[in-house]
Design a protein around this ligand. Sequence first.
Ligand SMILES: [Fe+2]
Length: 195
Amino acid sequence: MPPRHSAGSDELLLKLNTMLEGTPAVLPGCEYFYSSDAVELWEQGQSGPITGLNRGPYLLLEFPATIVPRGAGDVIHELSVIGVTAVIAHPERNLHFVREPELLESFVRKGAISQVTAASVLGDLGRAALAASAEFFSRGLVHLVASDAHNLDRRPPRLAAARERVRRDWGEAAAHVLFEGNPRAIVDGLPVERA
Ligand SMILES: [Fe+2]
């Protein structure tokens, strides 16, 4: 696989990490807004627009808020065939997945994993997102929890509180996998633990 980086963004990352003095560490990656040519774009490597998480084989994939385009399952399968795992971002905030958890289930069978937002687990993003994340948890469809933080006031990280909630509801072993084990595996480009 060709390396995915450009000198310009590398320089910015280095600058940012120097300013932060290592806490938190900022790693390269992107949240890729789904399009049907994802495989072609990925194969462009470093000259293309897609960066895997920490430049590894995991691609954070976002769908439009209300629909999952037809054919997305095939694209997820094709990605997995070339060694790329789609990480579906906040499915609990997508109306289609909320109404049809079986669709998310089928994507996971095709090789995807799913990443729920910490604030959703806590109910901060509304009752629909809370109920959907509980449903996905009970179906074994949550592989990691992420902050999706935007700022410190309206969209703060909330990871510690969400971890505590998951620990209470699903146990320490599950909390460890979803908050430490799987995120670490993704950063290291290693296989994640699946339910
Ligand atoms: Fe997103």
